[in-house]
Each structure stands twice: as C-alpha cells, then as structure tokens.
Design a binder for this molecule. Structure first.
Ligand code: GLU
Length: 469
C-alpha cells in the first residue's frame, strides 16, 4: 500500500504550534517515504467552523513549506458519503436512532458516577421496534444516531507507542451523527481515511482514546484499517500540560513577531523527535532523510521558549545582511529616514542582538527617531555645560564641513579622534555619543555617524546644543 498521510485540522481556530507540529510530522513521514501528504479540512461542526480559520491553516502551511500534494478535501462537501455509510449501518442494525434527551442522559451519567461506575450509555434505545422509530421520526422527534460499539478488546500496534489495547466494552454506544447529513468526528474520520486511502494516521496523543471507536467502525463497515502513530503531548516548561500561553499562540503570531519558518520547523521537529546523531540545528533536508517514527518519543515533549528564541537567532545569523534586510521590510518604523544603504548599516549595527525580526524596531528605534533625553545626560562626569557645548560645536563643524563623497564615519574619524586626544576622550566622545543616540548606552559615535549619515548627525548635534541653551 503506498504511503499516504493526512493532516486533518478542524477550522475552529487559527493554526497553533501544536497543530503545525502534527502537520510537520506527517509531512516528514511522507517525504521520507516518498509518499503523499494530504490536507483534510474537518469542518462538520458548522457552529464553530469558519472560513477565516481554514484560510489561515492553508496560508500557514504554505508559509512553513508544508504544502499538501493534492487539493484539500473538505468534509462538508462529502455529506453523501457519510449518509451512505450511516444508512448502511442502520440497515445492518449496527447503528440505531436514539431519542434520549440531554437531561435524561445527564441524569443517568450522574447516577452511574454516584455509584462509582464510569459512565456509559445504557443502551435504552438499542432495541426500539422499527415501527416506533419510524413513527417518532415522522413526528419530528429529535434523535441522534448511535453506533453499537462491540463489547470486545481492540488492539493495534502504534508506531510510537507499540501495542495498545482498549476494552471497548467500557465505551458504550457512541453517537456518530446528529442526523443522516450531520456526521460527527469518529464516523467522518473513518470514512474519509478509508476513502482517501490513508495508509498511516499520524496525530496527537489526545486522540488515542478515539482509536478503538474508529477501529470498531472500520470493522463494522468492512473497511481496511490504517496504521496509527500517536505523537506525544506537548508539555509546558513546568512539565504540565502546555498552557494556552504557548500552545494556543497562533502560528500567525509567531510569523508576525518575526520567527523564521525554518527556525519554527527546527523547533517543532524537536518536540517529540530527535536525530540519531544528537544535535539541535538540523536542516530540513536532513530531517526528511533521517525522520523515522522509531525515534519519536512516547513521553511528553517539553516546550522551551528560550530554545525557540535561540534557534531563531541562530537562523537569523545564517542570513546574509542583504537577506536579513529583505525580511525586515515589514518591521521598519514608518519614520525611516534612510535609504537602502543606511538600512544595511543600521541592520549590521543591531543584528547580533536580534532574537526575532520584530526586535529590530526596539533595537533600532533610536536610530530612526531621536529619543527624548535630559540635557544633563550630555555632560561628561562633572563637566559644565559650557565645556560640553564647546566640544559639541567643534564636532558639529567637523561633520558639516566634511566634504568626503560619499560621507562615511571613517571620513570624520581622524579629526574627531584628534579632538578627543586634545580635549579628553570622555569630554568629547561622551556628549557626542549622547547627542547622536539620545541614550546613555549605545554603539560609539563614529559608528553612529556612519549609520545615520551627515544630515541626521548634524541635526542631532544641533538638538543637543539647543538643549544646553
Ligand atoms: N479534526 C481532528 C483535530 O483537529 C483531527 C483528528 C485526526 O487526525 O484524526 O484534532
């Protein structure tokens, strides 16, 4: 059987990092085996499904480079298929209409709990006479379709967890549809996986308790079951179930903050998988080559936000200055005064401190807009403003009278350093640096002049002189 896997999100929210991890493991498994990677939109929950979310899921997969090999399948377009299966199960008495009300079910469950049983459906509607069912349905009484879950043990060999057994006798008859054209997850997923010829179901561990129900449905419908691989849960740094804070963060938010797709892919692959030759930074090519379910762990995978930042910084450092600048286009402050050359300079000045693209604004803001600062900051140690003013005036003249074309920091470095040697390093370089940066800590004045250019440097020194009165 050819290898075919699917990512099957419900479009009830933006794609999360947890969802993307499932997509990635499916994609890697398929690429490694030369098989197919498919996308199925599980949109049968009409109330919670939204087109906006579906669009987001598809866009994010594209952005990550996890593009499906075939047109996505949408469950709401396949209602005929589910209806056929439901009719068959009803005809063959493997499923039945159930008229029990929510209140009735709730009361029965509470009673069972009170007696210390784990609750399951009593089977009350299992054996209603056909005429009665027809009559009640004709009168529009609300009803759901229940599947008679056989009371037996189901087992399967999970590619991650090994042999798994479930006593389906504990499950009770499950609701598989709210009507002939309103299938629920467990039914639809089985019909679709069989119809789409899915060879391996790779999904999160939270679905493992659904697997016996689905195995029972494969059996009842006479369909061949796929193989299963359940991926470990993702745990927070405290080893507790991952809090909303990290997992529920939409992938689009990571993109907005300037995490690179390659860094996220690298981070996600380590959430449950490790290469045989231990290392943290792994190329996509190597992942594809080396990926195997044998190396997927059973234990929960710890989400470490510092590691994500570290990986992202690592991938940012691998970019050339030009590549980095190209990616910064969406992160530039609107008051950007510079042309492309000075943007290159600004980026060179701050790139080492960037963990994500969005850091650029914060780190570079003072280069684009002079921050407010108190005049006293301009004075070196106990210097009087008059001394500071004199030194800044000479520096201003050096800058404005420089005729070098193009203007660079190098061109004024000689005279400014000579001035500093004559009048004292701190006395000259400190006020100049503060004037240019508006901050008490920053790169040196020559680098600053080089980055913001002649006009802006002169303007900033004049601002400082005005502050000194
Ligand atoms: N729609 C399910 C989900 O979003 C998919 C479960 C599965 O892969 O079988 O969790």
């Amino acid at each position: 059987m050819p290898i075919r896997v699917r990512f099957a999100p419900s479009p009830t929210g933006f794609l999360t990092l947890g969802g993307a991890r499932t997509a990635l493991f499916n994609w890697l498994f398929a690429r490694n085996a030369g098989g197919g990677f498919l996308l199925r939109i599980e949109d049968t929950d009409a109330e919670r499904s939204r087109e906006e979310y579906e669009r987001d899921i598809r866009e994010m997969l594209e952005w990550l480079g996890l593009t499906p090999d075939e047109e996505p399948v949408r469950q709401t377009e396949r209602l005929d298929l589910y209806e056929q299966a439901l009719k068959r199960l009803l005809d063959e008495h493997k499923a039945y209409w159930c008229f029990c009300s929510e209140e009735e079910l709730e009361a029965a469950y509470q009673a069972q709990l009170a007696q210390g049983f784990s609750p399951k459906y009593s089977g009350k509607c299992r054996a209603l006479p056909e005429e009665e069912v027809a009559e009640r349905r004709k009168h529009g009484e609300s009803a759901v379709i229940r599947f008679k879950v056989p009371e037996k043990v189901y087992s399967f060999t999970d590619l991650v967890r090994g042999r798994v057994e479930f006593n389906a006798g504990l499950i009770g008859d499950i609701v598989i549809a709210k009507g002939l054209r309103e299938p629920l997850y467990n039914l639809a997923v089985v019909i679709d996986d069989a119809d789409m010829k899915i060879s391996h179901v790779v999904r999160g561990e939270e679905h493992i308790s659904n697997t016996p129900k689905q195995l029972a449905l494969y059996e009842a419908l006479g369909l061949e079951r796929p193989q299963f691989a359940h991926l470990p849960l993702i745990l927070g740094p405290d080893r507790k179930k991952l809090s909303k804070r990290y997992l529920a963060n939409a992938l689009k938010d990571y993109r907005r903050d300037g995490y690179l797709p390659d860094a996220l892919i690298n981070f996600m692959v380590l959430l449950g998988w490790h290469p045989a030759v231990d290392r943290e930074v792994i190329s996509r090519e190597d992942m594809v080559k080396e990926f195997t379910m044998k190396r997927v762990q059973k234990a929960g995978a710890i989400f470490n936000p510092e590691k994500l930042d570290w990986l992202n910084a690592t991938y940012l450092k691998q970019l050339s200055l030009e590549q980095l600048v190209a990616r910064l286009k969406d992160y530039l402050p609107p008051q950007l005064f510079s042309d492309d050359t000075s943007l290159l300079k600004v980026t060179a000045l701050v790139r080492d401190r960037m963990k994500k693209l969005a850091d650029f604004q914060k780190l570079a803001a003072f280069l684009f807009e002079l921050p407010e600062y108190p005049p006293s900051l301009l004075n070196w140690k106990q210097n009087q403003p008059t001394v500071t003013r004199e030194n800044l005036n000479v520096a201003l003249t050096i800058v404005t009278e420089c005729t070098a074309e193009p203007f660079t920091g190098r061109a004024v470095e000689g005279p400014i350093m000579a001035l500093a040697a004559a009048r004292g390093r701190g006395d000259v370089l400190w006020p100049l640096r503060v004037a240019l940066s508006g901050q008490d800590a920053s790169p040196g004045p020559i680098e600053l002049i080089d980055t913001i250019g002649k006009e802006e440097s002169a303007r900033r020194i004049r601002v400082a002189l005005a502050k000194l009165g």
